[in-house]
Design a protein around this ligand. Structure first.
Ligand code: MG
Ligand code: MG
Length: 294
């Protein structure tokens, strides 16, 4: 990060070596979510999941990225049903039919990874499955717009258009963000907006794209615990998040849901990605980063 961006909160474009470190942290998050996928089921508590995540992250040489960040008390944000984001893990057992958004951050070697997946607990309603699928699809559509010479608004619009077309509410109060030495850097990446508006996307930009989508109204409020954001109409909400770098003009996803979906497939649980949904542009899930000179 250069001095100007540190002082003014300007967009900090990353060098390939920095992107590689963000990818390493993001991959620890991916594997942590994969481990959560193995354990999550009716009867387990979110606090038990939190301990599993914290142990795994520390065993892999990382630090939980959320623990202590702005005073947050845990490793995971676990948001059940009408909870949108920032749910605090607790001792209440998860129940068949719940959906749980698990958001996780990791810090290692000076850089953060940050991503999230919404899980179905046992058999969930078709209404909830559809919300999860559409939210995931909107993430893919947003990622496809994360290319050189586009603007942030192109990502925002792609997410909003797909979710609203399906009748869902797009949360306004919380947004995606730049990612690097800090968990939250410029630019903000809203899930609503207009095409061709906002900061220009350039090679070296690393952002967390994270649609937070409600079955009903887009309106939310924060509970008295000062953290948990819930929908105003108490209808469920879903949240998927990937870390994306623009490399050689194209989006490269630094995180992966591969571990999560392998685990869910083995258990016979519901998962969101499938062959019937084809993103417009193929997503580069390369495990190593290659960059053209300059
Ligand atoms: Mg997150
Ligand atoms: Mg984030």
């Amino acid at each position: 990060m250069n001095l100007l961006s540190r002082i003014f909160g300007m967009i900090d474009l990353k060098k390939p070596s920095e992107i590689e470190l963000i990818r390493q942290s993001a991959q620890i998050v991916s594997k942590t979510l994969g481990l959560i996928a193995e354990h999550i089921k009716p009867g387990i508590t979110t606090l038990e999941l939190d301990k599993i995540a914290e142990t795994f992250i520390r065993d892999n040489g990382g630090k939980p990225g959320f623990l202590g960040l702005y005073g947050f008390p845990n490793t995971l944000c676990t948001s059940v049903n009408e909870q949108v984001v920032h749910g605090i893990p607790n001792n209440k057992p998860l129940q068949e039919g719940d959906i749980v958004s698990v958001d996780c951050g990791v810090w290692k070697n000076g850089y953060y990874g940050d991503h999230a997946y919404t899980f179905a607990i046992g058999e969930v309603s078709e209404e909830k499955k559809r919300l999860m699928k559409v939210t995931f699809e909107s993430l893919i559509l947003g990622i496809n717009e994360a290319k050189q010479f586009n603007r942030i608004g192109d990502i925002s619009h792609a997410v909003q258009y797909h979710c609203e077309r399906n009748g869902y509410g797009v949360v306004r109060e919380l947004v995606g963000h730049g990612l690097g030495r800090k968990m939250h850097e410029a630019p903000q990446v809203p899930n609503f907006g207009k095409k061709r508006v906002g900061p220009l996307l350039k090679n070296g930009l690393v952002i967390a794209i994270e649609p937070m989508i409600n079955l009903g109204t887009h309106e939310v409020y924060t509970l008295s615990d000062k953290w948990t954001v819930v929908t105003k109409d108490k209808k469920p909400s879903a949240h998927y998040e990937h870390d994306v770098a623009i490399i050689n003009g194209k989006p490269t996803v630094l995180s992966t849901f591969e571990y999560v979906e392998d685990a869910l497939r083995k258990k016979g649980d519901f998962y969101v990605s499938d062959e019937t949904f084809k993103p417009k542009n193929p997503i580069n899930y390369n495990s190593t980063i290659t960059l053209a000179a300059g």
